[in-house]
Write a protein that binds this ligand. Structure first.
Ligand SMILES: Cc1cc2nc3c(=O)[nH]c(=O)nc-3n(C[C@H](O)[C@H](O)[C@H](O)COP(=O)(O)OP(=O)(O)OC[C@H]3O[C@@H](n4cnc5c(N)ncnc54)[C@H](O)[C@@H]3O)c2cc1C
Length: 382
């Protein structure tokens, strides 16, 4: 399943996570800050130089290698993978469709981890409707002025810049949307709207407000009024990232379960000596194995530049629900100790909860799949 190069990469990232993420995960969790120094370490190690579908040719890692990196980092510190996802997606978008001056200014910093990015699409009206956008971009001389509010923006306050989706024409067509790079220091941008959510403590999430926020001409990404195809790509790639995040979290939770239930308990028995305990743990392995195999398979399809919208939706749906189930069962075999705040198994459980919501909820993934099943020509799919 893995080539020699991929096995080596996996070993290296796992060792990094064991050495630099896992030992401080609980302490980091309790301070709730984005760990900037660790993010720079990722840059140093080349773990931010990820590209999917071979779209950025100079990238160090293809889709499958990217999934390995994101998964192994998630096993150590899930919120780091969550933060990496919009960063990498926005960086690749700018590298492919940004103006030359913007690329020059930000891509090297994105790769070395000195600049973090965020993606601002969702709005209060409902994130499931990706084109339900009320944020307005109005032409102002050579540039634009943005007004509106974006919800649930990952990396809020920690990012040095955001890719913002805004309605850019008065046509009334929901697809007349453009993407802009907005520097965190831009006049009129307010990044103080952090909201505390369940889990993912080190990946700040919240509301990004723009009030007459000025954006210069170099900051348009792609064509004006034609961002929808780019947004679709970004959402698809984000779903892949969530699948890697789910596999990594589930692996971490299963390891906690194995470790805890292997310890000698009362009367010299281990909990694992009861099949009522060891069988659910075996089922965790089964589900993670299937999820990981599917993740790598879909990643290989991406590297072969196949169309994978339906497969990615199915993968995201399966892996996120699998992860929530594994974490719940891992907690169960710990008894009350599993509920102790800031224990490893409890933090994995909390971190898993966003997976069935973010980047296309389970319901939205089912809409994508059923839409293809009932309305597309399936000749090519089967
Ligand atoms: C931790 C976290 C990080 C996030 N990071 C970002 C980010 O960086 N940038 C960004 O732009 N957004 C981000 N989001 C927002 C995320 O993309 C949205 O939460 C998601 O798209 C769902 O939108 P919503 O929360 O507004 O729910 P809604 O769209 O209001 O949906 C509410 C419920 O109704 C269901 N539903 C909606 N429509 C239908 C339908 N047609 N049929 C059946 N069921 C339906 C949904 O599945 C959900 O269960 C993040 C969210 C989380 C939790």
């Amino acid at each position: 399943m893995l080539k020699e190069k991929e096995k080596i990469l996996r070993r290296e990232v796992r060792e990094f996570a064991d050495r630099e993420l896992l030992p401080q995960a609980i302490e980091l969790e309790s301070n709730r800050q984005f760990p900037k120094a660790l993010f720079s370490r990722l840059g140093e190690l080349g773990y931010l130089d990820l590209s999917y579908f071979n779209r950025r040719e100079t990238a160090l890692h293809n889709t499958k290698e990217s999934m390995i990196i994101l998964e192994e980092i998630a096993r150590g510190l899930p919120s780091m993978t969550l933060s990496m996802s919009p960063h990498v997606q926005c960086m690749n978008l700018i590298a492919l469709y940004g103006t030359d001056s913007l690329k020059k200014k930000i891509i090297p910093a994105c790769l070395n981890g000195s600049l973090l990015l965020g993606f601002a699409l969702s709005e209060a009206g409902g994130g499931s409707d990706a084109l339900g956008i009320d944020t307005i971009a109005r032409r102002d001389g050579d540039g634009w002025v943005l007004n509106g509010e974006k919800c649930w923006v990952t990396n809020l306050g920690a990012a040095g810049g955001y890719v913002v989706a805004a309605r850019s024409a008065n046509s009334g067509r929901s697809r007349d949307v453009s993407l802009y790079y907005v520097d965190a220091a831009a006049p009129g941008l307010d990044t103080n709207g952090r909201i505390m959510i369940t889990g993912m403590n080190n990946s700040p999430v919240g509301t990004l407000k723009m009030q007459n926020c000025q954006v210069s001409s170099e900051c348009l990404i792609g064509k004006e009024n034609d961002a929808y195809p780019l947004i679709k790509v970004l959402l698809n790639e984000g779903r892949l990232d969530m699948a890697a995040l789910a596999v990594g979290i589930a692996q971490g939770a299963m390891e906690c379960a194995v470790q805890y239930t292997s310890r000698a308990g009362r009367y010299g028995h281990t909990l694992s000596s009861y099949q009522g305990i060891s069988f659910p743990v075996a089922k965790m392995y089964e589900k993670i194995f299937v999820a990981r195999s599917s993740l790598y398979h879909v990643a290989e399809m991406c590297d072969a530049q196949e169309k994978v919208t339906m497969e990615v939706a199915a993968l995201k749906l399966f892996t996120s629900e699998m992860c929530c189930e594994v974490c719940k069962n891992a907690m169960q075999v710990h008894g009350a100790r599993g509920m102790q705040q800031y224990s490893d198994v409890e933090r994995y459980f909390r971190d898993a909860q966003m997976l069935t919501i973010g980047e296309g909820s389970s319901e939205v993934c089912q809409i994508v799949i059923s839409g293809k099943l009932y309305h597309a020509n399936l000749g090519e799919q089967y």
